[in-house]
Structures are given as C-alpha cells and as structure tokens.
Design a protein around this ligand. Structure first.
Ligand code: PXP
Length: 238
C-alpha cells in the first residue's frame, strides 16, 4: 500500500487566532488538502485550545469524519470531546504546560499507563482507532502494545533536530528498529514531528511505516507559495 500523508492544519488556526478572526478557515484548508490527495487531516486540540478548538473539531468531523485524526492529551475532558465528535482516529499525545509544541512521546509511568489504557478502550468501543505518540524505544513500543493501541506514531523530533549527519543516522536506526518491533507486535506504524522537505525521505523509506503526519513545513511552504497569488489578487482589485 502507498505511503499515506496526514496533513496537520493546526497552523491555519494559529493564523486565524492571531486576529481572533473567522478566516483562514480550517474547514476550507481541510477540503483543499483532501482534494489534492492528503489521506488524513490532523488537528491537535490542546487543553488551552490556543489554535484548534472544539468547534473546529465539530465542523471538521461533521464534513470529513473518517479522515479526521485528532491529537489530544489523555484527560477525561479530551476523552469526552473525542467521544462526542467521533473522529476516525485519535492520537493520544503528552502535553506540557507552556510548551511551544509537543516535545516527545508519552511517558508510560504506572499512573499514565492505566489512564492511557482506559482511554484507548473507551475510544475503541465507539469505533475510533487509537494511536499513541511514542519515542522510538523498545520500552515505549511494548507499553503501547500493552495498552491495546491500534497504531503507534513514532516521534521524529530528535531525528529532525539532529545536530549532524552522524547523529541523524543513529536516530534513523532507532526509528527503523522501533518500526520493526511495532510491526512485530501487530501495530500500525506512523511517524511525525519536525519532518520537512529535506529530511522526510529516509523516514518515509523505513520498513513498516505506513503514514507520515506533517504540519509545520507544509503550512509554511503554503504561505510562501500562495503569497504571489494573494498579492496579485489585491493589486488587480486596486
Ligand atoms: N505528530 C504529532 C503527534 C504532533 O504532535 C505533531 C505536531 O502537532 C505532528 C505530528 C506534526 O509535527 P510538525 O508540525 O512539526 O510537522
């Protein structure tokens, strides 16, 4: 099966929220992405709803439910939100106060493990597929399998931020081993965080990885690629 792409459109909402305006509308962004071949639309509804909010989730699920991949923390509040709007899949991610973006995979302390397993079961009972965002370590992959997840999303943040080629090659090997172990344990394997047009291909080529979730680099490129069109339209009007 061809490698799939989930496009994270959080930063469309970031631009909207800079003015608390009604545009750019994430629903229009989702439509455009799906029209040109994106396989999933990824949105992260954070506890503080600083970019995407519950209303966005509701509208996106109403139009494109099975394509919506919701990222959220493991709180009961988020569980209730997901069960209410029923996206096709949910990725449980850790969230730290004041972080700029997600900083790594889930930490499976005994308390977290129990909570993540409960949430995984509750979502699956309503037909929602569950992904767990994990660091590429054997321990995390085994914990995710024990939680009963359908999918693991391997965190590529460290790989993306590697200081040099040698470090990047080592981190790529970690991802390769993690992917193989996850497949062996019957998990579907996704990867994401910090991937861009320069660093994505080695990860895309890893055995077992079936979907890449990418946001910041795509939305950044879209802003520059779309700028000539937007300026021309305004000039024409004037
Ligand atoms: N996957 C997960 C679990 C994430 O938290 C994020 C960031 O929201 C992404 C993928 C996309 O990362 P980026 O925006 O750096 O491509």
């Amino acid at each position: 099966m061809a490698l799939q792409l989930g496009v994270n459109i959080d930063h469309v909402a970031t631009i909207r929220q800079a003015r608390r305006a009604s545009y750019p509308d994430p629903l229009s962004a989702a439509e455009l992405c799906l029209c040109v071949g994106a396989d999933y639309i990824v949105i992260h509804v954070r506890g503080d709803e600083r970019h995407m909010n519950e209303k966005d989730l509701a509208r996106l699920c109403k139009s494109y439910r099975k394509y919506i991949h919701l990222e959220c923390n493991s709180s009961l509040k988020m569980q209730k939100m997901a069960l209410k709007h029923k996206p096709g899949s949910v990725c449980i991610v850790p969230e730290l106060p004041n972080e700029v973006t997600t900083t790594g995979g889930l930490k499976f302390t005994p308390k977290n493990f129990t909570r993540i397993r409960q949430m995984t079961e509750a979502l699956q009972q309503k037909g929602i597929r569950v992904s767990l965002f994990v660091d590429p370590t054997a321990q995390s992959i085994r914990a995710a399998a024990k939680c009963g997840a359908d999918i693991v999303e391997l965190c590529t943040r460290d790989y993306s931020e590697a200081k040099n080629k040698k470090e990047q090659a080592k981190l790529l090997r970690d991802l390769a081993l993690a992917s193989l172990l996850a497949k062996e344990l019957g998990l579907e394997v996704h990867a994401g965080h910090g991937l861009d047009y320069e660093n994505v291909l080695p990860v895309a080529d890893l055995c077992g990885v079936s979907c890449m979730n990418i946001g910041f680099s795509i939305i950044s490129r879209a802003v520059l690629a779309g700028l000539p069109n937007a300026v021309c339209a305004m000039k024409e009007l004037l």
